[in-house]
Design a protein around this ligand. Structure first.
Ligand code: ADP
Length: 317
């Protein structure tokens, strides 16, 4: 397999990697500095690509393609970043064209969760699967869907918004999308924190409150998970509730798509069985029998590298 370049653009840093058969053989990173304007970031990315090629003795002809992973809305067909909420100023940026004009290497772009799904399909927990969904649980909840071995993009590149499946008909928590009652508003990192704060207000004595106080800061989902691991009943209950919400959301997807696997990644999934057990239990109890028995719920395998590895595979996705 020829070498490819994968580029993962985040709000703070841009990671750039040379990938050969799913292995990162060289990587570097440059600060995003979005406040300097997108041209500044693009120039830094171009320089980082030149450095990569020089330091690895790689020529243009050795590179099959360049792929970009963005946390936002992209037009995969035209290679334009439409909007990236965490990277101000990146509105309608024709990044693929800018890179192709400079390097004469075919360049593709996609959003972060779809790149992660592609990485898991080729080199991670999705290897050998035809149908799966890859979800990330962190600040938000997103998903990438693979059907018949292909990443699903939808009519306008907007497929996969698992976090905005509605769990409540009227009212419910307000979601970042402007609606109410979305899965993401019930079960993402910030909702774990909100639930933890509510328990504290309700007068429950909890370990995560002590942990946050000891660090002189806010409660984080990580602290709630550590408190649960240490046996704190309130923290355990919070993960039970969050896992049940995610399980209910996934039940709809499993009934609809009949996937072989659901692959779960993102920071909050680091909680492991605390989160996976209630998800698995809920799916077992609530999904239609045939689809529910066919699906395996597994952790993502590529972790932080999913973005660059998946992006590097966009060229033939
Ligand atoms: P983002 O969605 O912002 O990219 P991540 O997917 O990296 O973020 O998730 C970050 C969140 O994951 C943080 O809120 C952090 O507290 C939480 N987190 C990290 N490790 C754990 C853990 N072991 N258990 C539960 N939550 C965790």
């Amino acid at each position: 397999m020829a070498k490819r370049i994968g580029i993962d653009v985040g709000g703070t840093n841009v990671k750039i990697a040379l990938v050969d058969d799913g292995k990162i053989i060289y990587s570097n990173s440059v600060p995003t500095y979005a406040k300097m304007g997108y041209e500044y970031t693009v120039n830094n990315i171009k320089q980082a690509i030149k450095d990569l090629m020089k330091e690895t003795n790689t020529e243009t002809k050795d590179i099959q393609g360049i792929g970009f992973d963005f946390p936002g809305q992209v037009d995969c067909k035209t290679g334009v970043v439409k909007l990236a909420p965490n990277i101000p100023g990146w509105v309608n940026v024709p990044i693929a064209q800018m890179i192709e004009e400079e390097f004469h290497i075919p360049t593709r772009i996609d959003n972060d969760v779809r790149c992660a799904a592609l990485g898991e399909l080729k080199f991670g927990a999705g290897r050998g699967c035809e149908n799966f969904i890859c979800i990330t649980v962190g600040t938000g909840i997103g998903s990438g869907i693979v059907i018949n071995g292909k990443v699903v993009r939808g009519a306008s590149n907007a497929a996969g918004e698992l976090g905005h499946i509605k769990l409540q008909m009227n009212g419910g928590p307000i979601c970042g999308c402007g609606d109410t009652g979305c899965l993401e508003a019930f079960a993402s990192g910030p909702s774990i924190v909100a639930m933890a704060q509510d328990y504290i207000k309700g007068g429950k004595s909890t370990k995560f409150r002590e942990m946050a106080a000891a660090e002189g800061g806010e409660i984080t989902p990580y602290m709630v998970a550590k408190a649960a691991e240490a046996g704190d009943p309130v923290a355990k209950r919070i993960f039970e509730i969050v896992g049940e919400y995610i399980g209910i959301g996934l039940t709809s997807v499993i009934n609809l798509l009949n996937p072989e696997k659901v692959i779960i990644g993102g920071g909050v999934a680091e909680a492991g069985d605390l989160l996976f057990d209630p998800i698995r239990r809920t799916i077992k109890e609530r999904a239609m029998v045939v689809a529910g028995e066919a699906v395996e719920i597994v952790p993502a395998e590529l972790g932080n590298s999913a973005g660059v590895i998946g992006a590097s595979m966009l060229i033939d996705a």
